[in-house]
Design a protein around this ligand. Sequence first.
Ligand SMILES: [Zn+2]
Length: 289
Amino acid sequence: MLRFWLAALVLIAVTDLARAADRLNVVASFSILGDFVRNVGGDRVNVTTLVGPNSDSHVYVPAPADAKKVADAKLVFVNGLGFEGWLSRLLKAAGGKAAVVTTTAGIAPLKVGSEADPHAWQSVGNAKIYVANIRDALVAVAPADAEVFKSNAAAYLADLDALERNLREAIAKIPESRRKVISTHSAFGYFAAAYGVEFIAPLGVSTESEASARDIARIITQIRAAKIPAVFMENVTDPRLIGRISAETGARVGGTLYSDSLTGEKGDSPTYIAMVRHNIKALTSALSL
Ligand SMILES: [Zn+2]
């Protein structure tokens, strides 16, 4: 009897190994995208994320190990719209043969001056387009698992629908005159356009340059003139800038908004859905009367 159970255990272990071995190796450029891919791919994919939790994709410097990860991947999921400025060099270092999937395909980009705003995931409606693009790319490369990818995507899209309903309900409860906040960099343009909260930021759509004294003076004038109730920190930028603006204007620090990166497993926003819920809660508690 014991021998039977041992044999059964070995069989289970071997089957698990085989299943792990035929999983699709894919890469996602940053943590939010990695979460989307995991939700669609489920246990049929191994997802490796290049820019990890609490890290800034705008100024990322790829390591030699990243080139190996890209070379070993069947698909490389990226945001596009200029978000990963380091991507073309990395693809070249990886041998130039990677199959790249631009997950913002089909999203109408917002423009800030002449630049495209890359933060399209901040609208949950857009997140659904990312998910559909990921699903279609996985189905194309692993048609045998098409049904799994389609049903995973359908379940996740339903969760995103529910999330967006909650988001709209929460914003509707904030008095209209108080729906304006300061964040560090211009990462919430799509959120603002979709949900009607005004965001003003001392930094542009990238975090590559620092705010000048003039940028900060302009923000301080705006906060006073428009009576902006709250300023927010981000997990990917230096909190001291927002601290200074708060001290000068009396606008209170409403906590942290997650813009470009998830937290680690132990943080409060380890997934996209948790991140949006966290941001709703932070906005609601800072802006409600
Ligand atoms: Zn950003």
